[in-house]
Every structure is written in C-alpha cells, then in structure tokens.
Design a protein around this ligand. Structure first.
Ligand code: 7TS
Length: 420
C-alpha cells in the first residue's frame, strides 16, 4: 500500500512564487496557440499535484463507504473523512470538529442555514440584513425563506464604483427586527474586503445571528471563526485548490444542536420507525446520504497545501498583484475600474470603452487569457453600478506580474481591434 502523499510545499519567499507553477499541470498549456494565462480563480482555482495525488490514492487504495462498514477499507475511508473534518476545524479555528458540516459548497451551506435555522427561527416582521454586494448564493436563499416565513430583507448600501460598504447607517439598520446578518467577506466582483469582525461584534451585541460567506476568502487569507465572531461560515473547496462538489459549513455548536435537520435519509438519524424518527447529533444530522468522501480527502490535501505556503503570504501576494493590475489598467485609456483603490483582494473588474464584456472576454480567450465576463451572479449590484456586466480578472498565488503585463498587452490589442 502506498502511503498517502504528505504535505508538500514549504513557504515561498516574496518574489519567488513561480516556484509553485510546476505543482499545477493545468497552467502549463497553450490555449489558442498562446501560453495559458488563467485569471479566473474567483470562479474556480486550479488544483495542485498533492490534491490530484490524494484523490488518486483514495480511489486506488481506500475507496469504501463511511460510518457503515466494519471492514478495513470502510474503516480507512471513515478515518480519512473524519480526518478531513478535524483538519477543516483547525483550518477555520473552530472549537471542535463537530462544528464542521460537509456540504457541496458555499451555496449549499447557505441554503442549509436558511432552511433549518431560518425556517425554525424567522417569523413575520423579522428582518434579515444583507449587503448590496452579495453573490446570488447569499441572497436568493434568504429571499426564499423570507417568502415562506413572512420575514423581510434589508441591505447595507454599496457606495458606488469604489465598492465599499456605506456603514454610516449600520447601527440604524441593526434595528430590533433583525434576526440574522449575512455578509460576504470578499466581494467576487469588486474585490472589496469587508471589515466583518467589527460588524459581527456590533450585531452579536444585539443578539443577532451572523453568517460569513467566505467563498472568496477561505483559500486566500487566514480565518479564525472565533476572532471573526461569526455564528456560521460557508465556503467552497473548489475555490481553494480543492475538488468541486465539496464545501464546508461551520456552525456554532449550540446553534447546530438546536436546528432541525434539512434533508432526510441515511446517516442523519439515530433511530427510525415507520411513522417517525430521531436525529443523529451534529454534524451527522445535516449529512444525509453518502457524502463526497473523495472530495473531503482532496480538500484535506488542499488545506495542507495552502497552509504549507502560508495563507498570510498568499493574501499579500493576491493584494500585491491586484494593486499592480489596478495601476496598469488605470494607465490604459478608456478603462472604467470597479472596486476600491486600495486594500483590494485579488479581483479586478473593469470595462473597456464601450466594448461588451462578453466580446472582450471572447477575444482575450483567442490570446490564451482566461477572464470572466458577465454579471458574476451579482445582478442587483450590476444594476446599482449602472452596467449589465463587467470583465473580471481574478488572481491567485500561482499568477505572476508577467501574466498581468500580458493581460495589458492583450487589452491594448482588443482596443485597437474594436476601434478599427
Ligand atoms: N459567494 C461568493 C462570494 C462567491 O463568489 C461564490 C461563487 C459563491 C458564493 C457560490 O459558490 P459555489 O461554490 O457554491 O458556487 N462565485 C463565482 C464567481 O465569482 N464566478 O463563478 C462563481
């Protein structure tokens, strides 16, 4: 039996990030006759070799169902799955592994909270406070549960193109009707990093339950749910070097214990009769059916990989590259930039003259540059900004300044092409 691949990456010094490139086979290819420049990590990140090897090892050597069998392979699969849960608790600095629920991703984690905590606790007249920069995943589930319970939604405004939260009326918005405050940590369109710890502290002093959408932050900066003061945190494995189809929900123990289950099926029960059942304890109460065991194993390897590099260093690199891209883009005439001038994460949204974002992204692809164009699942925010869509470049630690220079070169070509 081959031993599973052990962690991998020593920390990388500033300026030597290209050392990680060989870990990412997908990055080493030509697209449309040009070297690939992958600037779409906010949609999904690429996967390093230790993650691919962990998946391969699991399926080759240990594959079995969890929590059921008492044979060797089932024990190994259970050990690997529960080991990933312990690692996730450590990764998010949760108090205990039982506070980690495996889900399919951020979207499912938020839907789980809305359909369990929300359904059990919201009533007519209650309010759910969000911000105007939420991804549809942290908006639509609340609309659905508001319709079912009679609760309403309110929003912290966004200031405009500079994309900050307007907190001048925050205390007013936290009125006695608000039961839950759910907020994104990092905006996937604007690159804004919200001051969530301070906002959550103010909300919790009023007894308001808090949820952090960490889809764009979990793989990019160190997170500590206790310091952040959130009751729930949602994130996706695939945006943090892990596989698709696996994600995390952190929930404070007392809340998870009090919440009713969501999906029914195997694993989430302690005993079943024909007419009624009793529930397992958290987190199993929320994990009906066979989970994504391989996904959890891959995510474990991804968390080891990221912490090997150091999430503080990853964030410093993201910020440095985004600031560089922002300055270079600003120097191109006809560019409109969205989001804050300083302190942004590795996401830059922009428009070029009156070229439609989809056209821009289609032509960039012809040069091997992978951007995203569209509303980025932020339709209400797009309306607020007065645009239908933006082009977006999003960076991760495997991207380089040379790639940003290539983007600028390609955008200059695109301007010439559309103005000809
Ligand atoms: N929240 C935020 C802030 C996100 O950026 C995303 C996905 C989600 C939630 C949903 O994550 P999922 O893994 O459950 O789909 N954002 C993007 C994006 O910016 N481009 O593609 C997906």
């Amino acid at each position: 039996m081959n031993a599973p691949v052990k962690n991998p990456r020593a920390p990388v010094e500033a300026g030597t990030w290209s050392a990680v490139r060989p870990d990412f086979p997908t990055l080493d290819q030509q697209v449309n006759g040009h070297p690939l420049v992958y600037f779409d990590s906010a949609a999904t990140s690429q996967k390093p070799l230790p993650v691919l090897q962990a998946l391969d090892h699991y399926y080759r050597c240990d594959n079995a169902n969890v929590h059921r069998g008492i044979h060797e392979l089932s024990n190994r699969a259970t050990h690997a799955f529960e080991g990933a849960r312990r690692r996730a608790a450590e990764f998010l600095r949760a108090g205990r592994p039982e506070e980690i629920v495996f889900t399919r991703g951020t979207t499912e984690s938020i839907n789980l909270v809305a359909n369990t905590w929300g359904a059990a606790n919201l009533k007519p007249g209650d309010r759910i406070l969000l911000t105007e920069m939420e991804h549809h995943s942290n908006l639509v589930p609340w609309q659905l549960i508001a319709q079912r319970t009679g609760a309403t939604l309110s929003f912290i405004p966004v200031t405009g193109d500079d994309g900050l939260l307007d907190l001048s009326r925050f205390d007013e918005l936290l009125d006695n009707h608000v039961r839950l405050f759910a907020c994104t940590h990092v905006s996937n369109t604007l690159g804004t990093v919200n001051p969530v710890a301070g906002l959550f502290a103010r909300a919790r002093r009023k007894g308001i339950v808090t949820l952090l959408d960490a889809a764009q932050s979990a793989g990019h900066l160190p997170l500590d749910v206790q310091e952040l003061g959130c009751d729930f945190l949602a994130c996706s494995g695939h945006k943090m070097c892990g596989p698709t189809g696996i994600g995390l929900l952190y929930g404070r123990q007392e809340l998870l214990e009090a919440m009713p289950p969501w999906q029914g099926g195997g694993e989430m029960i302690s005993s079943v009769d024909y007419h009624e059942s009793r529930w397992n304890t958290p987190p199993h109460k929320f994990e009906a059916g066979t989970p994504d065991i391989a996904g959890a194993v891959g995510l474990h390897a991804a968390m080891d990989y990221l912490d090997g590099l150091g999430r503080d260093r990853i964030f410093a690199h993201d910020q440095e590259l985004a600031a560089y891209a922002f300055e270079r883009l600003k120097s191109l005439s006809g560019v409109r930039l969205f989001g804050p001038n300083a302190g942004r994460s590795g996401v830059v949204s922009f428009l070029l003259d009156d070229v439609h974002a989809h056209d821009l992204v289609t032509v960039a692809d012809q040069y091997g540059v992978a951007l995203r164009g569209g509303h980025h699942c932020n339709q209400p925010l797009m309306r607020k900004l007065g645009v239908a869509s933006t082009a977006r470049a999003s960076f991760y630690f495997y991207n380089t300044r040379t790639e940003v220079d290539r983007l600028i070169e390609v955008l200059s070509e695109i301007r010439r092409f559309f103005s000809a």
